[in-house]
Design a protein around this ligand. Structure first.
Ligand code: B16
Ligand code: MG
Length: 213
C-alpha cells in the first residue's frame, strides 16, 4: 500500500484553466498579442511569470519590458483571474475527487498539494477541501518549476512520506515528468491527451479508489 498522495490542483482537483485563459487573453490583447486556446494549453502547470514570458515571446515582445513592468503585468492578470474565481465552490470539484479524499482520510493516508499556483490555498478553501491536505507546497520556495521534481519531492516529504512510497496525480505532461523524476508512482488524469510515462492514466478520478494503490 502506498503511504501518501500528492495532488496537482488545476486540472486534477478543479479546472480553472478557462479562467486563466480569459485573464491571460485579455492581458495579452492589451499588449497587442493574440493568444488562442491551443496556445493556452502550453501554459498548463507553468508558473505565472513563466507563462507571461511565454506570451511575450509568442508576441515577439520579450525584450520590451523591465522586470518591474512584468511583475505589474502578472499582477494585473492575477487580479482579473481572482475576480473570475469569485463564485468558485464545492460544485466546481472535479468528479470523483471528494470521494477519493474522504477515502484517503478514512484510511489515514496523508495528502498534499504540488501546484504551481500561488492561489492554491484560497482555491482549496473555496472548494471546501482545504482540511484534507496536510501541506500545500509554497511555489515561492522552489528553485525550479515543473517538470523539475522539486515540488513533488517537497510535497511528499511535507507529509513524511518517501517519494517511492507516494502516488502523484497530474493532468499535464510537465507534471507527469516531474512525478517520475521524483521516483513516485504517476497517475495521469486526462480524457483528451496521452500522458507519456504515466504508470496509469484515467479520464477522471471517478475511475480510481484508494485501495488500488
Ligand atoms: P497562479 P497547477 C497551474 O496550476 C496552472 O495550471 C497554470 O496555468 C498557472 O499558470 C499556474 O498554476 C500558476 O497559477 O497564477 O494562480 O499562481 O496545474 O500546477 O495546479
Ligand atoms: Mg495541472
Amino acid at each position: 500500500m502506498k503511504k501518501g498522495f500528492v495532488f496537482d490542483l488545476d486540472g486534477v482537483i478543479t479546472d480553472t484553466a478557462k479562467f486563466h485563459y480569459i485573464a491571460w487573453k485579455n492581458l495579452a490583447k492589451s499588449l497587442g498579442i493574440l493568444i488562442d486556446e491551443t496556445f493556452n494549453e502550453t501554459l498548463k502547470g507553468i508558473s505565472r511569470m513563466d507563462s507571461l514570458d511565454k506570451i511575450l515571446a509568442y508576441g515577439k515582445r520579450e525584450n520590451d519590458f523591465t522586470l518591474a513592468e512584468k511583475k505589474s503585468l502578472a499582477q494585473k492578470k492575477n487580479d482579473e483571474y481572482v475576480t473570475l474565481l469569485a463564485d468558485l465552490s464545492e460544485k466546481d470539484l472535479l468528479p470523483g475527487v471528494h470521494d477519493f479524499l474522504v477515502q484517503a482520510k478514512e484510511r489515514n493516508i496523508p495528502c498534499s498539494i504540488a501546484s504551481a499556483s500561488k492561489n492554491a490555498p484560497m482555491i482549496l478553501e473555496k472548494l471546501g477541501v482545504l482540511a484534507y491536505f496536510g501541506h500545500i507546497v509554497d511555489p515561492e520556495t522552489l528553485k525550479k518549476g515543473k517538470p523539475d521534481p522539486e515540488i513533488f519531492i517537497k510535497a511528499a516529504e511535507s507529509i513524511n512520506v518517501e517519494p517511492k512510497d507516494a502516488v502523484g496525480f497530474e493532468d499535464a505532461q510537465a507534471g507527469i515528468d516531474g512525478i517520475k523524476a521524483a521516483g513516485m508512482y504517476a497517475v495521469g488524469i486526462s480524457s483528451t491527451e496521452t500522458l507519456q510515462g504515466a504508470d496509469l492514466q484515467v479520464a477522471s478520478m471517478t475511475e480510481l479508489n484508494v485501495d488500488q494503490f
